[in-house]
Design a protein around this ligand. Sequence first.
Ligand SMILES: [Mn+2]
Length: 433
Amino acid sequence: MNLSPIVARTVTCLALVFGLNAGDTFAQDDASKKRDPNIVTEKPIIDMIRESPDAIPLDPRDPTRDPRNLYRDPNDNPKREPGPINIQKTVGGMAFQGIPTFFRAPVALGPEDLKAGKVDVAIIGCSLDTGSGMRGTAYGPMTVRCAERVVPWGSGPAFGVGHPYVGDIDFMQILKVVDYGDAAIDILSPERSILGVHQIVKEVAETGAIPVVVGGDHSLMYPDVVAVTDVYGKGKVGVIHFDAHFDGIPLLFGHYLSHGAPVRRLIDEGHVNGKNFVQIGLNSAKPGLKDMKWMRANDIRFHFISEIDRDGAKAVMKKALAEALDGPEYIYISIDTDVLDPAWAPGMGTPEPGGMSIRELFPMIRAVGVQNKVVGVELVELNPLTDHTYRSGLVAIRTLREVLTGIAMRKKGITDVDYLDKMWTDHDVPLGE
Ligand SMILES: [Mn+2]
């Protein structure tokens, strides 16, 4: 029996049901008349991939092919003097009010705004999650912008904000902080996103401000740190890296860029020296033995969670701080939220049970800022899609607050990494002492 008339009729019926035209196939001679000549490929994509799987082309005629083309001119609409712009309707307010920016900080749109405002810290959203096996970290920046639950830091001096450990330190009053908007990301490709990330981080670093990147997955670390070392010098920046994973695998499915490989790239390419890489909180199946050999060959200073268990967080912190001083004068802080046990922040890309507690992490990241000249910060791998509570966002924003508190303490002249304000910690110490 000849089935072809039945098959042809079935295809036509399906095509009608789905609103397709049976003529829209490469097999039809007159097909090109019905296809949009501006997006049509020369042959079916699947044949192109069969011929060259490593070079799947993008259409050069598509203006969104380079997301950087979508940036606005920061000086248009409306015309204005350069400087940070406060976009809030009210002074202060509660966390559930206002227009979301990081810490409700003013907005800066371009480097001229940063220079005019003498900005210390520019926080950047980097919604890249294709460097990881799991989607969702792209929602990190917007989650952090909305994460406060009570009074947003930055509500102004009227609120009289203090800090439970270090007292009368309000980083929003001591530092000039802005929300610098988002990096241009190709949401389908880490490779095609790195130029956009590199550009915005470098733009901030060149003004002398500290870029603080809120991710996004940890593949961001490569363009982030390259941008900072492009400004401060190759080999001139040390990295303090909080992470359950060592992030130094050679390749993943042939990809050079992934959230598992940024440390490998940075060290192999000489942007950062291995001995100036201090890793804290390692707590996963990686590194394995092969990886450990690479880490030791490159003199990476590593501190596993087992060392924290054995010696205590304070002792490990002292060791890590000494290692940070045994190197360049500039320090970059990379915080992967999975350094924490998922009990504290379950919304993360690759959770590892048995991680650090928030009370171990916070004093450490404050101390890094107090001791060192910090030239860049990233907070990555927050994945709100795997936490249907508010916990992970709350912990993420508190983590940023602690980093910025350390940096603010240094700006105020505090040099003791163990600093506590006795007026806060001891009620029998009189005010003013
Ligand atoms: Mn990581």
